[in-house]
Design a protein around this ligand. Sequence first.
Ligand code: SF4
Length: 714
Amino acid sequence: MPNPRKPEREVITTCAYCGVGCGFKAETIGDEIVRMTPWKEGKANHGHSCVKGRFAYDYWHHPDRIETPMIRKSIDEPWQEVSWEEAFTYAASELKRIQAKYGRKSVGAVSSSRCTNEEIFLMQKFARAVMGNNNIDNCARICHSPTQFGMSATVGWGAASQHFDSVLQADVIMVVGANPTEGHPVFGSAMKRRIREGAKLIVIDPRRTETVDSPHCHADVHLALRPGTNVAVLNSIAHVIVREQLHDPEFIRERCEWSEFEQWAEFVASDEYSPENVARIANIDAEDIRRAARMYASGPRSTVYYGLGVTEHSQGSTGVMCLGNLALACGMFGRDGVGVNPLRGQGNVQGGSCLGSWPHVFSGYRFVTDDATRESFEAEWGVSLDGEPGLRLPNMFDAALAGHFKGMYIMGEDPVQSDPNQNHIIAAMRNMECVILQDLFLNETSKYAHVFLPGSSSLEKDGTFTNAERRISRVRKVTEPLAGYQDWEIVVKFMHAMGYEVDYAHAGEVLDELARLSPAYSGASFELIDRVGSAQWPVDVNAPEGTPVLHREKFPRANGRGTFMLTGFVPTRERVSELYPLLLTTGRILSQYNVGTQTRRTANSQWHAEDVLEMARDDMDARGLRDGDLTQVSSRFGSTRLRVKESTRVNAGVVYTTFHHAVTKVNTLTGDQSDWATNCPEYKVTAVDVTRIDADDTPEQGVTRESELLEETS
Ligand code: SF4
């Protein structure tokens, strides 16, 4: 509940939960945060917020917070509390020992979209300048890496082409694989407002989500496709557009290569993508495909918002390209109210992508293989840098299992809980000799860690976030870090322990450095953000206060033109069978955030005591299941237990769950399929079987697990 006491101090900062990036006024009395009030001047939220940013902030001083560094020589030993200096010295000596024994590339680093731009930038600097390799990745690998790849291929930049307010000028809104009313609620409200004003809504999603059907939000067309068939359906929409001549020849001739369009048009117009053929593949109505195509193409201002239901597939990058193709074909770029916009899950996924936490590119998406780029970083950092791309996150785990990757520095991530095929990740973790974890709480990954560096929450640090509309906003320190240091300071002190000397007076100097090295951020500074509130990149000499709408005159590609990609549909290898007859897909709910590390430590957990399995009545009847029954859910990769709940939101043959509780262990089910281009895991399609369990011996969800983790520290 909001605290009614009169605050002594107010600090404007940015919500760290979802990619909307709402501005908040944090109100304090002494060191106590008594209220988070949505900031009226916040350009992403205009004074609105949801129940996460507004109420779920108490986690920052939850008793589970670890405030003292800890080390242990083996994961079978109890943690030992040590000083910061001892922790840094031990961690540095271990990384150096491993590199001396197994080679420079036997260690790597992982950063997180929960971190600020400055921390993400410093983590890639740690890997490149301090560890001496490009083994750096971030959690966007497992969510929006296909956005980067797919959008770069078609229009040059892997980022939203619009600002959020632009939805208020859209005539047709197409939502693909996303549920903004739950996952991005403040944007979802703006979208609903536009729908109430008369905009048409097309939703492509296996589930009848709240976006499809809830008060004030009804889809005009809902394509409840079979999980894994996005590309076929989007190609079929393109098929109708081309066959019915609904495309925009003037835009295509002016902004694209006509010959490329012709090649693509011939490809999508083939009978393979006829609505009748695709309707069979995707288990939807052919006429609905036609209605969606006509609606989108006729606009006149049509816009696309998409989420992990597009990216987390074996054809995730192809799905993103399909969306770019459609928008190019119909002239839906470069104006207000049109565009293609990824809805980023975490607060700083866009920053995580922009700032070089990838094994192949520096900040600003410039390749490590490019000599001139590398030289500019070498000049700034004073060391020579590796010109060979490093390992992606899944490849780091594979290399650990193979025995030649032995050390990992992880900031703000819990891969054991978050990454697919949990048993595989655990085996890889066990094979490493030094795992260094920097986080707020002990988590599933900490069970396999050797050094724990207590991190700081977004309320205890300075920096910036870049939200889903490319908006760079300030994160301001509201209260002192409980463990003594802000995360960026911890990374710098760890650099010193490794023998790399660098100093920053404050986080703004890190932003200054990354601005010097990242063209789209070249005009960004604390001074600018303090003056204008926030700014959407590119922020540079041409746009000193930012760029709300991308691609107005040309696309950021070598020839300035958008290009059409041939997006053949290749069915996933993850298929139903006699043993695994149902397809499991996953998503989030309004009150909780991702794996629940923060929200489960607030009163928001009362809204969601456990994850449940949603199932259609027919599938329940076939298994003799009733609401509330405990079930064993099994896939080819593992099994877990969930209570079942009848749902009209899923079709027969599809089941759905959230993943907010560690005890749910959904990622014991998910497998090793991933996007062909980026290795983003195929979380959204897992063939499973569901059977009733008679004995109710499941542990209490959530709370029990954390108590166990804490006991391990004693
Ligand atoms: S979770 Fe997202 S919508 Fe909710 S307050 Fe935070 S940024 Fe805004």
